[in-house]
Design a binder for this molecule. Structure first.
Ligand code: NDP
Length: 499
């Protein structure tokens, strides 16, 4: 459990970060972790500055080259990964509570995300142990092999919405691939990664292979991405930050994986099971208070079913219980921070100004017991066109914009008229149409008659401004490796001699 300045308690040292297996106080002061459900300070957290980044990269680089790590066989790395999975499961309640306290997600979802993080380590233990090198087809008297080697030091920069799963999604494959990793979590959710790194040490991961440095994007993230010892950056977060990181990576000629924002269309045809569809639409936007990259934030409804869908949507959205994240029956906790709520409020104001009508929500809850937290009601807006700001930009909150369509061509044109291309949902009883539309939509993931179903075994990533690269799946480990081709001459004559 993090130690530091407890809410209402006496001053203690800020929560240290973890470098080279040791707890470290940073050189850039500290920042407060705030509980968004109450507005109280959880603890102060130590901030890493440029000198800490320098030291951390040097330690990680050294660790990545030592025989105790480099010399491990894949099955030995796999054993460590499996033990990390066990360690995460054993600390399930504590880890879930940290995430809930820092980003306000409901406890049930936090628990599910701990289970998902553990499963991710277990999955990459299997991938690591079973994925082989290749013997490539020979075109002469030689044997040619393709083997896969780690990048070296990988920087993993993560957001605040689902730190446990997103950090596991980067750490597990990068370690399985033989790298050393430096995690820079969001300053909103700084400590879950520190706890996971401590679990990894107990599981036998050599010190320096998994490091966590906490601090701001500007003071900690930028020097990390710029550091010549970092050989790859894996980032999840906003598109503008991703673009800035991608620009530095391009200058440095290092690979990047960018998992960015979305403005995903969730599409309901009139022939769909409307009850199931509305259930999926509501979960797709309001789960996690809409703070999900794959949130289905644009709802396209075939005009003939519009009234029936809106009536159901109103009922379902109004029935969602908003409240403190560990109370029974609560489906929506607060937004992750107070500044973020202001951003969401500004988007809803812009929608009103552009002619939007609020069908549900549109403000903070009336319940005075929730007045101290960053709560916002589930909100459904009608009467906008796809050109409105609220339909074009990622709000990352519990705000759904409803847009009618007339036919398939009209729908596909509207759905694809977005700079984003992360995900899409299609609800219909006609599987031919479902597959036709799935093929026409520009998105990295398409769900048919379901939404937000995600598997660690299935690649994930975005089209267009939603990102570059695919995480997860077997290829998710290859993302953190570079191939090397080796030729073994079989002709006794030296190549070229006498030819
Ligand atoms: P950011 O993209 O700003 O932050 C994500 C991570 O990057 C954080 O760890 C952040 O640090 C760090 N960071 C910020 N700037 C830089 C930089 N120049 N160089 C290196 N690292 C940097 O996301 P926010 O948390 O501010 O959220 C902004 C928006 O991004 C959201 O409203 C949403 O639209 C989108 N988003 C998308 C997510 C997704 O899953 N695709 C997840 C989260 C957000 P720190 O926070 O400490 O400053």
């Amino acid at each position: 459990m993090p130690s530091g300045r407890e809410a209402g308690g006496s001053m203690t040292k800020p929560v240290p970060f973890l470098v080279g297996g040791e707890r470290v106080q940073g050189s850039a002061g500290s920042f407060d972790s705030v509980n968004p459900a109450t507005g109280t300070v959880n603890y102060a957290v130590s901030a890493a500055g440029a000198s800490d980044v320098e030291r951390c990269v040097s330690i990680a680089r050294e660790a990545s080259r030592t025989p105790s790590w480099k010399g491990l066989h894949p099955h030995e790395r796999a054993q460590i990964l499996a033990r990390i999975a066990d360690g995460i499961r054993a600390r399930s309640e504590g880890l879930a509570a940290i995430q809930m306290r820092e980003n306000g997600k409901v406890m049930a979802e936090c628990r599910a995300q701990v289970a998902s993080a553990a499963a991710t380590f277990r999955y990459y233990a299997s991938v690591c142990e079973t994925l082989g090198s290749e013997v490539t087809p020979a075109r002469g008297d030689y044997l040619s092999l393709t083997v896969y080697e780690p990048m070296g030091v990988v920087a993993a920069i993560t957001p605040w919405n689902s730190p446990l799963t997103m950090e596991a999604q980067k750490i597990a494959p990068a370690i399985a691939a033989g790298n050393a990793v430096i995690v820079k979590p969001s300053e909103v959710t700084p400590t879950a990664a520190i706890e996971v790194a401590a679990i990894a040490l107990e599981a036998g991961l050599p010190p320096g292979i998994l490091n966590v440095i906490t601090g701001t994007g500007r003071d900690t993230g930028v020097p990390l991405v710029r550091h010549p010892g970092v050989r790859m950056v894996s980032f999840t977060g906003g598109t503008e930050t991703g673009r800035a990181i991608g620009t530095i990576a391009a200058e440095r000629l290092i690979p990047v994986a960018l998992e960015l924002g979305g403005k995903s269309p969730n599409i309901v045809f009139a022939d769909a099971d409307l009850e199931a569809a509305v259930d999926g639409v509501v979960g797709g936007i309001f789960e996690g208070s809409g703070q999900s990259c794959v949130a289905g934030s644009r709802l396209f409804v075939q005009r003939t079913a519009l009234d029936a869908v809106l009536a159901r949507l109103k009922d379902h959205a109004e029935a969602l219980r908003v409240g403190v994240p560990d109370a029974a029956g609560v489906r929506m906790g607060p937004l992750a921070s107070f500044p973020h709520r202001e951003k969401v409020e500004a988007y809803v104001a812009s929608a009103r100004a552009e002619g939007g009508e609020i069908l549900v929500g549109g403000g903070r809850p009336d319940d005075t017991a929730l007045a101290g937290g960053a709560f916002y009601r589930p909100t459904v807006i009608t009467g906008l066109t796809n050109a409105a700001r609220a339909c074009r930009e990622e709000i990352f909150g519990p705000v759904l914009c409803v847009l009618p369509f007339d036919d398939e061509d009209d729908l596909v044109a509207q759905a694809n008229d977005s700079s984003y291309g992360l995900a899409c949902g299609i609800w219909t009883s006609d599987y031919r149409r479902a597959l036709r539309v799935a093929g026409a939509i520009e998105a990295g993931t398409v769900w048919i008659n379901t939404y937000k179903q995600l598997s660690i075994a299935t690649p994930f990533g975005g089209f267009k401004d939603s990102g570059i690269g695919r995480e997860k799946g077997v290829s998710g480990m290859r993302l953190y490796q570079q191939s090397k081709s080796i030729y073994l001459g079989l002709d006794e004559r030296v190549m070229g001699a006498g030819r």
